[in-house]
Write a protein that binds this ligand. Sequence first.
Ligand SMILES: [Zn+2]
Length: 317
Amino acid sequence: MKPIYHNLEFGITCIDTQHMRQDFVAAYLIENNNRAAFIDTGCYLSVPTLLATLEAKNISRESVDYIILTHIHLDHAGGAGELLKHLPSASIHVHERGAQHLIDPSKLRAGVIGVYGELFFKQFLGDLIPAPKDKVIIKQEGDTLDLGGRILKFIDTPGHARHHLCIWDETSQGIFSGDTLGVSYREFDTDQGCLIFPPTTPIQFDPQAWIATVHKLMSLNPKVAYLTHFNQIEFNQESANMLIQHINGFVDIAKAHQTDENRHKAIKESLLNYLLNISTKHGVMLNKAQQTKLFKGDLEICAQGLGIWLDKEASYQ
Ligand SMILES: [Zn+2]
């Protein structure tokens, strides 16, 4: 197993978990004073890549103190239980709403199979291994971890999911943002910078909470964001504005198709047109077929999440 990874500044490594395709799902490794931490793990099938990265970088498994999870969606946390088995000094650090699902993943498994189907689960996510209760530690707003003298601070960040935490790293002035500061594929980078859009994944998308979260994160004055999808980007007020604009744009699309007969299909088509439109304005040179291929997975999931959000909104009225 030859791992693919990108060495960033400040002892940070972006590991390409190679889930589905390259440059799609990252896990991060932070090293400081001979101690190490993973932030997110990819899915169960990504674990050999993470272990191979440790070996390639000459980091002992014993020196890994923490497996930190931004949230428990399986492309971020599905590998946590399996990875823990190989790291004798490590514990898992997670939002209080996620902890129980790591100790007993049966509901999570059923939920994921409900969204993606059994075949997809087996083929692309692999499995879910329960983590021992005493190794799963709940983190809340303001909690910190000390990695060889480097302080990592947890921030409660609802919006993409209610079990989402971001991690503020004072050393890099960066935020390990999971999905909260959006998705931005490197294939869409132009001289205008990067293109960022919100993954409105089922089942807890909450646009108002998300926008409030983005403002809260911007009060830290970050220089960079370490995105799961994908890699490090510069993150400034303009990036935040772009993300908020497209959260609102996605919500408008959902509302416009609220009463359509085939709502899901209509939302999906409108989302594709919206994304193609913003990428054209952004100066992206990929052709329509190439872009559609890169957006394909997100379109399905974002449309499902928006549909669930519409139904919840309707039930409140
Ligand atoms: Zn997610």
